[in-house]
Design a protein around this ligand. Structure first.
Ligand SMILES: [Zn+2]
Length: 312
């Protein structure tokens, strides 16, 4: 068994969001470049396959799938909203982001790998059941969670989202889904303006734990949010499969938000989450790239995250 496997696909570089868009192909290039370092030489790379329609439809109605795919332009760019752009290869990139997440679940569920990092774009956590938004087309983390539950029979699937923005899409998709858990730290009063502590999940559906934190939040308050609130709730849920919405835009250098984390804080959190996966989930972890817009900070943070994943 490989301890850690990385999923990606070259088409993720062809998802063109236009000039000066923060969610750009250079993000994946920066990650690929740092993963060329010899310490990652023996980490297997796999090509993310496209999601099946069945996998997408666990999270989205057919109409959403059809609208996204029909909006893909033959040439040029199509603007779904002010943030969310499509180019000719964006449909395939979106399907491979969601499909890579499901393949990663397969890899871990069957014991071929202990954990997987999925380095794809577009990201997913803002895509709601019926609405693409915030650079996101399909709700990758929720699709992965429902795949773990429905295709592999896991009974308690948790998503922990440490992107600096609230994963409104993941929360929306999982809200009514039994056997799921969604927890998020995020900057309060920032896009997408959801994720209050009062949002606790639908009856019989997901356990939702939101911890909004103010702009300017640094390592101490961020770590306390996990130590005091999210990690105890996650341990009490006792997940048998853990999915991470791994956004690195809470880094101090990130231009899209105002937290003050450093690389070491992402490594610390990864360690805490893996310890819970070890105690409850047979170490099964799938980590999906979400945000992170300062390419140097993103690459360094991803490398630190993967280093901890490799320790298992
Ligand atoms: Zn974000």
């Amino acid at each position: 068994m490989s301890s850690t496997v990385i999923y990606t696909h070259p088409v993720c570089l062809d998802h063109d969001t236009g000039e000066y868009h923060p969610e750009c192909a250079d993000r994946i290039r920066a990650i690929s470049h740092i993963l060329d370092h010899e310490e990652f030489m023996y980490v297997p790379r796999e090509e993310a396959p496209p999601a099946t329609v069945e996998q997408i439809l666990r999270a989205h109605p057919q109409g959403h799938y059809d609208r996204v795919m029909a909006a893909v332009p033959a040439d040029g760019l199509f603007e779904i909203d002010g943030d969310t752009m499509l180019s000719p290869r964006s449909g395939e990139a979106a399907l491979r982001s969601a499909g890579g997440a499901c393949a990663a679940v397969d890899e871990v569920a069957t014991g071929r790998a202990r954990n997987v990092f999925v380095a794809t774009r577009p990201p997913g956590h803002h895509a709601e059941r019926e609405r693409p938004m915030g650079f996101c087309l399909f709700s990758n983390a929720a699709i992965a969670a429902l795949h773990a539950r429905d295709a592999h029979g896991f009974k308690r699937v948790a998503v922990v989202d440490f992107d600096v923005h609230h994963g409104n899409g993941t929360q929306d998709v999982l809200w009514d889904q039994p056997g799921t858990f969604y927890a998020s730290t995020h900057q309060a009063d920032a896009f997408p303006y959801t994720g209050t502590p009062e949002e606790t999940g639908g009856e019989g559906g997901a356990v939702v734990v939101n911890v909004p934190l103010p702009a300017g939040t640094g390592p101490e308050a961020f770590r306390a949010a996990y130590t005091d609130i999210i990690l105890p709730r996650l341990a009490a849920f006792a997940p048998d499969f853990l999915i991470l919405s791994a956004g690195f835009d809470a880094h101090a250098a990130d231009p899209m938000a105002h937290f003050r984390l450093q690389v070491g804080d992402f490594a610390w959190l990864t360690r805490q989450l893996l310890d819970i996966a070890k105690a409850h989930a047979g170490r099964r972890v799938v980590s999906l790239l979400e945000g992170g817009y300062d390419t140097r900070a993103l690459a360094a943070s991803v490398a630190a995250h993967i280093r901890v994943l490799m320790e298992g």
